[in-house]
Design a protein around this ligand. Structure first.
Ligand SMILES: [Zn+2]
Length: 167
């Protein structure tokens, strides 16, 4: 099987679990950043100095690479498994699985785009500041959500507004 031949670089529990259950892969995509050692800022260290920018550049690049491998894996998996199954139940199951994988892939591609935007903003030295109010987003929040573009206050406000629009 092609799946067992895949090279496993990391040995975290989340990574090995995603091998058999595609649901885990979705959850672990967002939790990717937790694999990294948190940044320890020295007292009085300047926010988003070169060292901090490098820290986040590394996180984002690694995350992007993992996602791209994930996308590749999905494509290969679908090619491997797209057999003409005689049993309609099997066919339905396969279609369901494929549509799940397509949605996952779509989600991963959007995430990759957001990661690329974040990397770009590091290059412009704009990374880590709230797009709305300009305040520092904060290292801990960025480590939990490296593609965050809003501070927690603006994000919360945004969600409240969104709920009001939807009714
Ligand atoms: Zn803000």
């Amino acid at each position: 099987m092609a799946t067992s031949a895949k090279i496993k670089k990391t040995t975290t529990a989340a990574k090995s679990a995603r091998k058999s259950t595609p649901q885990v892969a979705v959850a672990s995509s967002d939790e990717h950043a937790h694999k990294f050692a948190p940044y320890h800022a020295a007292a009085g260290e300047e926010y988003m100095n070169a060292q901090q920018r490098e820290h986040f550049r590394r996180i984002l690049n690694q995350w992007k690479q993992d996602l791209m491998e994930e996308v590749d894996r999905t494509v290969h998996h679908m090619k491997d498994e797209s057999a003409n199954l005689p049993d309609p139940v099997d066919r339905a199951t396969q279609e369901e699985e494929f549509s799940f994988e397509l949605r996952t892939r779509d989600r991963e591609r959007r995430l990759i785009k957001k990661i690329e935007e974040a990397l770009e903003s590091i290059g412009h030295q704009e990374y880590g500041y709230c797009e709305t109010c300009g305040v520092e987003i904060g290292i801990r929040r960025l480590e939990a959500r490296p593609t965050a573009t809003l501070c927690i206050d603006c994000k919360t406000l945004d969600e409240i507004k969104e709920k009001q629009i939807k009714g």
